[in-house]
Design a protein around this ligand. Structure first.
Ligand SMILES: [Zn+2]
Length: 337
């Protein structure tokens, strides 16, 4: 079912596209009117199991905003996670529009082009951190579960670096680079309207996951917290998120997320201070023991991101146990913050 919302902000339509796989219910596409043409922001997944490939909902959304596929002149993707980006290649074929993303999304594209290497790298990471061999393969299959919903791997034709100004429908939108949830993540910010299209950088109800992945950001949590502050400085009055309903009080939401992340950092630091620990031990004690593979995978990569933050802060360090597993301990110079 397609939930079409013609919001109070003229020229901006939110379309909740159904996803329905891997525990993601829906993703928001935003249709930004620009005279006779439109910019779409995020585009949902490719559905090989549906006769229309998942396009019907997208087309209905465009129609609801008064447009058709041929009117799409720009496809902007906030970050190259498959729930936001899966249909981009197909949409480019159908509309001839270019794809605008941050330059760092190259790394995601590289991963999708070489999934075997990506999976092997992830298995190596898990092995180093003490995940059992049995569980390792299952966990590394996260990518396998998403790839069927990616139509094709397409690189950005317009490569953002952050700070670009886009004129859309008489309004000026700033492209804000917000690494953290994903290294190549951008938000779109309209100062005149106080409106932020936040992608997965800010979500209602849940704290966006920040995962560590080898070969990407060495300290993604620090990037994320810095990106949150950069958005708080702009003081959005209305946030249109990548999932769920629009919300106000962005600064309050940001403060809540900062508190959650800081609390977890402190918990992990204390646990390591009490007893040198492996990442699997930390994930099991700190994040409720997750049953489903994707939850467990998330818990481990979140814990890794927190550990990386503490390590780059000089508070914890790593040593290799005799069995080859990494163990984390508090450095003597560490003190409570
Ligand atoms: Zn995402």
């Amino acid at each position: 079912m397609n939930e079409l919302v013609m919001d109070a902000v003229p020229g901006v339509t939110r379309v909740a596209l159904p996803v329905g796989v891997n525990a993601v219910e829906s993703v928001n596409m935003y249709v930004l009117a620009d005279g006779d043409s439109v910019t779409v922001v995020d585009c949902g997944v490719w559905r090989p199991d549906l006769p229309d490939g998942g396009l019907a909902a997208l087309e209905a959304g465009l129609e609801g905003a008064g447009y058709a596929l041929r009117d799409v002149s720009r496809i902007l993707v906030t970050h190259a996670h498959i729930d936001h980006y899966g249909l981009a290649g197909r949409l480019m074929e159908l509309t001839g529009a270019g794809l605008s993303m941050h330059a760092m999304t190259d790394l995601d594209c590289e991963k999708y082009r070489h999934p075997d290497t990506a999976r092997a790298r992830r298995r190596d990471t898990y092995a180093d951190h003490g995940v059992s061999e049995l569980e390792r393969t299952d966990l590394a299959d996260h990518l396998t579960r998403w790839l069927p919903y990616l139509h094709s791997v397409v690189e950005a034709s317009t490569r953002y670096r952050g700070g670009e100004k886009l004129d859309i429908g008489g309004d000026t939108w700033e492209v804000v680079h917000t690494p953290g949830h994903s290294l190549g993540h951008v938000c779109l910010w309209s100062p005149a309207r106080g409106l932020l299209l936040s992608g997965d950088h800010l979500l209602p109800g849940i704290t966006p996951p920040v995962a560590f992945e080898r070969g990407f950001d060495a300290d993604p949590l620090r990037s994320y917290l810095d990106s949150l502050r950069a958005i708080a400085d702009r003081g959005p009055t209305l946030v249109y998120p990548g999932h769920g309903r629009p919300f106000g009080d962005a600064v309050g939401r940001i403060e809540a997320i900062l508190r959650t992340k800081t609390r977890r950092l402190e918990k992990i630091r204390r646990a390591i201070e009490a007893k040198p620990s492996t990442v699997t031990e930390l994930a099991d004690t700190l994040v409720a023991k997750a049953i489903l593979a994707h939850q467990r995978q998330l818990a481990l990569s979140e814990t890794l991101a927190h550990i990386a933050y503490l390590r780059w802060s000089g508070e914890v360090e790593r040593r290799t146990r005799p069995d080859g597993v990494y163990e984390w301990y508090c450095t003597s110079g560490a003190r409570a913050r």
